[in-house]
Design a protein around this ligand. Structure first.
Ligand code: 5MM
Length: 342
């Protein structure tokens, strides 16, 4: 595969394919395993992820890249094959989450800033050697009556831009993920508020990327969709989510960016698919618009597997189904009927 950043970013944004976010950190994967009563041991984490990456049909037809946690990048399958090799053999690009998590932002009670820049240059060299060709860094922005502050948006956008520049310096495509959270307790978190805040974050983000000299052709954006907060007590139609999301992205994301791959953020599996499909079906778009889902791609597979070796085939079927539905959504061809027929 070509080592040019533009070519890697184009491969990650290939038509009808999307990214599997399997980069749950140790704490997050433990929560996921707790939900199916499975202990989060290194072997169990390997078995679960090996099950996903060996889902041949899904990986070859629907998945352009996989985001890994550091442990997984250096982990071997049961037969000794590096997991990153299994991903590359399926024609997908192996990637790595490089941030060290969202930490409390000094001087605020709720807001967070993502850390991990110290020593990142050296880590990136090590990850490149291990086969990673893209990276991910996620910032979280929280909506309440009094937040986000400009300080929080700016600190996160600046860190994301410094991370992205370091990645490109080391031959790695950065996924830039400024996530406006949809969860949280707040009742004033309307879809309008989400739209305003997301636009603010993305404007700031692209300004910082410009100052840091990041090549837009060699990156992928991973944003949230424009949705009401989960505790707002309101629901938006699929068409409204699609219209508002596309409007914000068109206002903020230069056409030089090859791909935008959404996070699912707590939407149900089918909502995340329906929203993506509506955007691709209804609008003329200058970039590839696809998925980089964690929960919305894995939830069904995780519960079908349940930690039992005899359920691996069922887990793979569940993963393949979700991957196929999202692959259809990435070209605007998903429908409820296809979901049911499958
Ligand atoms: C898979 O979850 C990722 C890692 O989360 P932690 O660092 O908190 O363990 C997460 O960053 C994920 O890549 C994105 O949020 C997209 O996942 P969802 O579930 O929102 O689609």
């Amino acid at each position: 595969m070509s080592e040019r950043l533009e070519d890697i970013a184009a491969a990650m944004s290939a038509r009808g394919k999307g990214i599997l976010a399997a980069d749950e950190s140790t704490g997050t994967i433990k929560k996921r395993f707790d939900s199916i009563n499975v202990e989060s041991t290194e072997d169990n984490r390997r078995d679960y992820r090996e099950m996903l990456f060996r889902s041949d049909e899904a990986m070859k037809e629907c998945i352009s890249g996989v985001i890994l946690f550091e442990e997984t990048l250096f982990q071997k399958a049961k037969d000794g094959t590096p997991l990153a090799q299994i991903i590359a053999d399926a024609g997908a690009v192996p990637g790595i989450k490089v941030d060290k998590g969202a930490q409390a932002l000094a001087g605020t009670e709720i807001e967070k800033v993502t850390e991990g820049l110290d020593g990142l240059r050296e880590r990136l060299k090590k990850y490149h050697e291990a086969g990673a060709r893209f990276a991910k860094w996620r910032a979280v922005i929280t909506i309440t009556d009094n937040t986000p502050s400009h300080n929080c948006i700016h600190a996160n956008a600046h860190a994301l831009a410094r991370y992205a520049a370091l990645c490109q310096e080391n031959g790695i495509v950065p996924i830039v993920e400024p996530e406006v959270l949809m969860d949280g307790e707040h009742s004033q978190h309307s879809i309008e508020r989400c739209e305003i805040v997301t636009e603010w974050c993305l404007k700031e983000q692209f300004q910082e990327l410009y100052y840091a000299g990041v090549s837009l052709e060699g990156m992928v954006l991973k944003p949230n969709m424009i949705v009401p907060g989960q505790k707002s007590g309101t629901k938006a139609s699929v068409d409204e989510v699609a219209e508002r999301t596309v409007r914000v992205l068109k206002r903020c994301v230069p056409a030089a960016v090859p791909g935008i791959a959404f996070l699912s953020g707590g939407q149900s599996d089918e909502e995340a698919t329906a929203h993506l499909s509506a955007m691709n079906a209804g609008y003329d778009l200058p970039w590839a618009l696809t998925f980089s889902y964690g929960r919305a791609l894995q939830a069904a597979a995780l519960s079908a597997w349940g930690g039992k070796p005899e359920n691996v085939a069922a887990g793979q079927r569940a993963f393949t189904h979700r991957a196929k539905m999202n692959s259809l959504a990435a070209t605007g061809e998903w429908s409820k009927d296809k979901e049911k027929a499958a």
